[in-house]
Design a protein. Structure first.
Lengths: 181, 896
């Protein structure tokens, strides 16, 4: 996982709960070094350990924490680092989602050591997309959910997101429904 | 691909930024994405909208372009100067040209400036990848910049910290060292060298041997041990105080501390860093402080008083061994307070609370004094405690000094004094009572006497027997009051031991009372254990006093019924006999509430009929105490009383002490010679002995009596002590030393002087004494045979010396009699006799202690000194006593 994700976790906690809570989360997670480089690859375990520790220290559900991370990533960390690039993803959420599959494919080309997820956008009709999230990792479903939520806020569009199917429940991959309202 | 329409579409899809123009550079077709961002009209000249940026030398014609066909073309928009297209030219049929490329974008922001999206590019176009990479490069650069900043900041921080540390090290004046434990490489700073009086340059090159060279060898063992402890994880760091050799030859003290900051891969200590602190001054101060502390503690520990010093929170800073004897407790209590003490040693918490209250008052500035009582297993202890606060010059409390004195003995004395005062008050009350009792009790008999005398004078009668008898009773009552008072006041009366057959003693004693009990109509009975029929060594006078008081009470308080006196043997062995005495009466009894009081002075059972001042039973109690006995009483009102006590007696196994038994027998006429200037006493004597088998002779002058004695012998000589012409004592001495002296004559002093006791009279040569006034009881008492015991000869003395060796005793007595005979052969006044007298008296002085008591030893000693000093010795006084001693010794030899 990119360091930028872990940075988001750290930023979210410090911005909303303070340095002290972050120190507690670090201590609990066993992660010793918190100076994450954006484009450095870190073990997935680090991200999961931080999320689990944050859930315990902040007394929140793990899914809640992951959604908050995703949202925060888009609105704070991602925009700061890739703001223009993200804007180039599309003039609105629909365009962005339509470009998402090729965008991630290109990332894979640039960083052959990374295994970014793949997306497939299924346009059910003009205001209902099915977003297929296909990942070799488990447990990041609600992080993705948070990312979608963050994107809707970034484009200032009103949508409802629902989890249509879950890989953890035996399906091939996770599917979210994104409906413009 | 053969279909031109398809082909055109193919070009459009693949190259959304393409431009297709003919050999005149007229635009035929333009890609959709280019059209999105740039106005281009078909059939207009290429050069109207664009110019060639690269290659520099290309001209805007087909021919020139064809020459550069293998090069990269950069086309610049003439409408939007930000738009640059980069790509390649392809020469098509008919010299038509096709430009295939896309916008040359160097930064992502240009995308938004050109309002382009990622999907405006064809998928094969790597522009977006380039943009991504460029962005990534930026991000990485930012990260690097951030990390570099962090590193720079941290470096800056490290430099500051180092500077601070250097300042600290400098200000603490510490030496610093680094040591590679594995290689021995060692680095010191300048101060390290300076501490031992060197410069770093002098010590260079440095390694661990530098340290070993300057460390004081005897302390190296401790240093190694401490280091090992640290390496083994038994201590937080290496910390030791040791001595080092200064360059000038002195030993200095350093505190050497260190820590490992790197370890080898296999876990061994590698680099250590540490400090050297010169603590020589502190050590010398400590040494001096320790000496001072020991000095003051020595003082405080030897002050015979509890001493403690408290801090401002009432915690113990110091306690001396008087305050807390147990050394462990003394060490334990330092830093603790009295609440801790009470909890630890289960003392009442009130003790700590009280002390805290007093401490808080002292802390405010007022010295406190309190008295404290503490309960211990051995009893109560009282301490007087002083608390003094000590303030510094800023009036801040430094400490509080407490010192205390154990005032238990004083306090007990106070309590005793208080008791004594109460007792004195009580006695004062008792004496008031005595006075009122005396005034009441004495008025009756005195009034009786006055009345009787008046009656006698008025009627001018002869001395009527009844009147005399009444007078005698009244006077006797007064006499018994004074006797009781005198006896009771004489608490320290010494015991006067003599050997007497106990049954004889008892029988003689009860004779006096038998008569009186019978006269009152009481049935008197007695039981004596046959064990008592032996020779006992005891103070007959004391026992007589005890029994007399008990018998008198029985007589007083019993109007009907009987009196039973018993003496039982409780325990007997060869040397000792324990007897229980019991006297039961059927008298009025003693109220329960009085049973504990009747033995106190001036306490008596209320009885208007009976005479007394309440001293009798107190005398019994006190005299019994002298003999080691305790009186017990049981009584019931209306039924009677029973007094009992037990006494231990020593049995005299030898017959040596058995006295000559010559009982007063009225079968043989006895002669009594009374010498007294008051004729009334002779008249009374006559009356008393009327109808008894005594022959009386009387003289009212001492000197005349000497003449009579010259020619006549008497069984008894009754000598008044105070006579006008000659004192009874002098008369006796003259008689003893006269030729007419008969050593069988019983010599009895007759005196009203109550201050002298039997011992006094015996030392003067009398066998016994009768106190005036004369009564039949004390006369018969005086005539008893046991009274005529030895006066000067004390067999106990010689017995102790030779342990009952009868033959040896006889031999020694004979020798001493011979010595005394030598004394009496010396003619006093003759010249040359003085030296002989001195020699003989010297021998007597040396031996008399074996045969007589302390008084005689003293007398002989005094007289010998007078003789040595050529002063006149009281020869007659001495001789009369030695003569009596000689006669007694001769009597002993004769009879035993």
């Amino acid at each position: 996982m990119y360091g930028i994700v872990n940075k988001a976790v750290k930023g979210l906690v410090i911005d909303n709960f303070g340095q002290e809570k972050w120190n507690q989360i670090l201590l609990k997670s066993g992660v010793q070094d918190d100076m994450f480089l954006n484009n450095q690859s870190y073990p997935d375990k680090t991200t999961f350990d931080l999320a689990i520790a944050a859930s315990e220290v902040l007394d929140l559900g793990l899914n809640e924490v992951l959604i908050a991370f995703g949202e925060y990533w888009v609105l704070e960390t991602g925009q700061k680092a890739y703001g223009e690039l993200m804007k180039a993803g599309g003039q609105n959420l629909k365009e962005f989602l339509e470009n998402l599959p090729s965008f991630h494919s290109r990332v894979m080309l640039m960083y052959p050591n990374l295994t970014p997820p793949e997306f497939r956008i299924e346009k059910k009709h003009q205001s209902l997309f099915h977003v297929h999230y296909i990942s070799t990792r488990d447990g990041l479903t609600y992080f993705m959910y948070g990312l979608l939520l963050g994107l809707s806020k970034m484009y200032n569009e009103s949508i409802s997101i629902e989890v249509l199917q879950l890989k953890s429940e035996g399906f091939k991959n996770d599917i979210f429904t994104v409906e413009w309202i | 691909m053969t279909n031109s329409k398809n082909y055109n579409q193919f070009i459009k899809d693949l190259f959304p930024f393409h431009i297709y123009f003919d050999n005149n550079l007229e635009i035929i077709e333009v890609g959709k994405s280019l059209l999105k961002i740039h106005d281009v009209e078909k059939h207009k000249s290429f050069t109207e909208y664009f110019s060639f940026e690269r290659p520099f030398s290309v001209k805007p014609n087909v021919k020139s372009v064809s020459e550069f066909i293998n090069q990269l073309f950069i086309i610049k928009s003439k409408i939007n100067d930000k738009l640059l297209l980069r790509g390649q030219m392809i020469l098509m049929d008919q010299n038509f040209l096709l430009f295939i490329g896309s916008p040359w974008i160097n930064e992502i922001e240009t995308l938004s400036d050109l309002e382009l999206n990622l999907n405006d590019f064809s998928l094969h176009d790597s522009t977006t990848d380039l943009l991504h990479l460029l962005k990534t490069k930026d991000i990485v650069s930012e990260d690097l910049e951030r990390v570099t900043q962090v590193v720079k900041d941290q470096n800056q921080e490290l430099l500051i910290q180092k500077s601070i540390l250097d300042d600290i090290v400098d200000s603490t004046n510490m030496g610093v060292w680094q040591w590679n434990v594995q290689t021995g490489e060692t680095i010191f700073n300048e101060r390290w060298a300076e501490i031992i009086g060197c410069s770093l340059e002098e010590l260079s090159p440095t390694n661990i041997d530098t340290w070993l060279r300057y460390a004081y060898e005897p302390d190296l063992e401790l240093s190694s041990a401490k280091l090992e402890m640290y390496f083994q994880g038994e201590s937080e760091n290496y910390d030791v105080e040791l001595r080092m050799k200064h360059k000038n030859g002195d030993l200095i003290w350093v505190r050497d501390r260190g820590k490992v900051y790197s370890w080898t891969e296999d876990g061994k200590p590698e680099w250590m860093y540490g400090t050297h602190e010169d603590i020589s001054y502190r050590k010398s101060q400590e040494d001096s402080l320790l000496k001072q502390k020991l000095f003051y503690e020595g003082i405080l520990n030897t002050i015979p008083s509890d001493i403690a010093v408290f801090d401002e929170n009432h915690r113990y800073l110091f306690v001396n061994p008087i305050a807390i004897k147990d050394e462990k407790v003394r060490e334990w209590i330092i830093g603790k307070d009295d609440f801790d003490y009470c909890k630890e040693f289960s003392k009442p918490v009130s003790l700590a609370k009280n002390r805290r209250e007093v401490f808080l008052r002292a802390k405010k500035g007022t010295p406190q004094i309190i008295e404290e009582s503490l309960d211990y297993e051995n009893g109560k202890e009282y301490h007087l405690r002083h608390l003094f606060p000590v303030f510094d010059k800023n009036q801040r409390l430094k400490f509080v000094i407490g010192y205390g004195l154990n005032i238990t003995s004083i306090k007990q004395a106070q309590i005793e004094a208080e008791k004594a005062r109460n007792e004195a008050e009580k006695q004062k009350d008792s004496k008031q009572l005595l006075l009122s009792t005396l005034s009441h009790e004495l008025r009756n008999p005195i009034n009786s006497i006055i009345s009787l005398i008046s009656l006698y004078q008025d009627e001018n009668n002869d001395l009527d027997f009844d009147i005399l008898n009444s007078l005698k009773v009244s006077a006797g009552n007064i006499d018994s009051i004074f006797k009781d008072i005198l006896i009771s006041e004489n608490d320290q009366q010494p015991t006067d031991l003599s050997t007497i057959n106990f049954i004889h003693f008892l029988k003689n004693f009860i004779d006096t009372y038998k008569y009186q009990f019978n006269k009152k109509g009481l049935n008197f009975d007695y039981e004596f254990d046959e064990d008592a029929d032996c020779q006992l060594l005891f103070d007959s006078k004391l026992l007589t006093q005890i029994l007399s008081n008990l018998f008198s009470n029985a007589l007083k308080y019993t109007d009907f019924g009987s009196i039973l006196f018993s003496v039982k043997s409780i325990e007997k062995n060869d040397n000792n006999l324990k007897l229980e005495f019991s006297l039961k009466d059927t008298g009025i009894g003693i109220p329960k509430e009085m049973l504990t009081k009747i033995f106190d002075r001036y306490e008596r059972v209320p009885n208007d009929k009976q005479f007394g001042v309440g001293l009798g039973l107190n005398i019994v109690k006190e005299k019994l105490k002298l003999l080691g006995g305790v009186i017990d009483v049981k009584s019931k009102i209306g039924e009677g009383s029973a007094f009992s006590f037990c006494l231990d007696f020593e049995i005299d196994q030898t017959n040596l002490l058995k006295t000559t038994s010559v009982f007063v027998s009225e079968e043989i006429e006895q002669s009594i010679f009374l010498i007294d200037d008051e004729v009334i006493n002779f008249l009374i004597l006559e009356k008393l002995l009327l109808n008894r088998n005594f022959k009386l002779k009387y003289s009212d002058s001492g000197l005349k009596a000497l003449d009579i004695l010259h020619s006549s012998n008497f069984d008894y000589l009754l000598l008044d002590i105070k006579m006008p012409d000659i004192s009874g004592f002098e008369l006796l001495h003259r008689y003893i030393l006269s030729d007419s002296f008969n050593n069988r004559t019983k010599l009895i002093a007759f005196s009203a002087d109550s201050t002298k006791n039997l011992e006094d009279y015996r030392f003067e040569g009398f066998h016994f004494f009768i106190e005036k006034p004369l009564s039949i009881e004390n006369l018969l008492e005086a005539l008893k045979v046991e009274n005529f015991d030895y006066r000067f000869f004390d067999l106990n003395q010689i017995k102790k010396l030779v342990k009952n060796d009868k033959d040896l005793i006889f031999s020694l007595v004979e020798d001493f009699v011979n010595l005394l005979n030598q004394f009496f052969k010396i003619k006093i006044g003759n010249e040359g006799q003085h030296q002989l007298l001195e020699q003989v008296l010297h021998k007597i002085k040396g031996n008399i202690g074996y045969f007589s008591g302390a008084k005689m030893v003293k007398l002989v000693g005094e007289q010998y000194i007078l003789l040595l000093n050529s002063e006149n010795l009281n020869y007659f006084y001495l001789a009369s006593k030695l003569l009596l001693l000689k006669t007694e010794l001769e009597d002993f030899l004769k009879h035993d």
